[in-house]
Design a protein around this ligand. Structure first.
Ligand SMILES: [Zn+2]
Ligand SMILES: [Zn+2]
Length: 297
């Protein structure tokens, strides 16, 4: 048995039970608290997702201003100093805009793949990032933060070292895969084992085809290193749906080439084609410039 410590957290006024070590490889701490997911923003104007344990939290991406992050977290009763780490998917500005300011305010680590960290270092949006904040994590190397195990996995996108994340406690897990041209076997592996799925559904194929976008841009979006379309996301989810998926969130919807109803209808149609009754599973599209309510599981 590895040592674990129950006691008062001296930094916290309230009584806090905390556990520093794992017991037989299982994280007991996490089972004492709920798992919380809240999308603070999703789409090409900014992406930021809060995942918490009821006490503390992490962010996946910080692609909106720190002011917005603080405000939207405050609306769900989370003060910004409860954020203990940020995990970055890739260095496009809609995913990193607020990172530098966050690291100036909070002494927290910012995790990303080795390649992503190199490009963040050269990214003018991140000029003011706190020295020493950036920490590389390898694919499939588990990072334990606030009682959650976080694993990164590579996705195909036109930014160096793009990653998705799989986050779990002892009961539930979230897989977040955004900004990816296609669902590789690796991505499928992490999506299939999640109880909560956050998957990109960026464009409606027909809308993109008819859009004002120049051809090179249409090809970039729909290419293997671009974004995932409604049909791709829906077909995958319909093929691999299991009743233990409690929530399915479609994320990073395009403003120009998609509509939440279209994305959701495509998903429902694919389920119905396969005769799948999703029962109590919550299906939602994530709004672009606004937060969702917090979801607990
Ligand atoms: Zn993006
Ligand atoms: Zn991107």
């Amino acid at each position: 048995m590895k040592g674990f410590v129950f006691g008062k957290n001296p930094k916290n006024a309230g009584y806090t039970v905390f556990l520093r070590e794992l017991y037989f490889g299982m994280d007991l701490f996490s089972s004492l608290y709920p798992f919380v997911f809240c999308s603070l923003a999703s789409g090409s104007n900014g992406n930021c997702y809060y995942i918490g344990n009821g006490e503390e939290g992490i962010l996946i991406d910080a692609g909106i201003s720190m002011r917005s992050i603080r405000k939207r977290l405050g609306e769900i009763g989370v003060t910004i100093n409860r954020i203990k780490a940020v995990f970055i998917t890739h260095d496009h500005s809609d995913h990193i805009k607020g990172v530098a300011a966050l690291t100036q305010l909070l002494e927290i680590p910012v995790y990303a793949s080795h390649e992503c960290i190199e490009s963040v270092r050269n990214n003018p949006d991140c000029r003011d990032i706190r020295t020493g904040a950036l920490t590389a994590i390898g694919e499939a190397a588990e990072k334990h933060v606030i009682g959650l195990a976080v694993e990164g996995f590579h996705v195909s996108h036109d930014a160096p070292g793009s990653m998705g994340y799989h986050i779990r406690n002892s009961h539930n897990s979230i897989t977040l895969a955004t900004d990816l041209g296609y669902i590789s076997e690796k991505v499928a592996f992490y999506l299939k084992k999640a109880t909560v799925v956050v998957l990109e559904s960026n464009y409606d194929e027909e809308m993109l085809h008819k859009s004002r976008y120049p051809r090179f841009l249409r090809e970039r979006v729909s290419g293997a290193r671009g974004h995932l379309g409604n049909r791709q996301a829906a077909e995958f989810l319909a093929e691999h749906f299991t009743p233990y998926m409690s929530h399915i969130f479609l994320c990073h919807l395009s403003k120009e080439n998609n509509h939440p109803d279209l994305a959701m209808n495509t998903l429902r149609e694919k389920f119905s084609n396969r005769g799948i009754d999703t029962g109590e599973t919550i299906l939602r599209t994530l709004p672009r410039g606004a937060r969702t309510e917090p979801f607990y599981f």
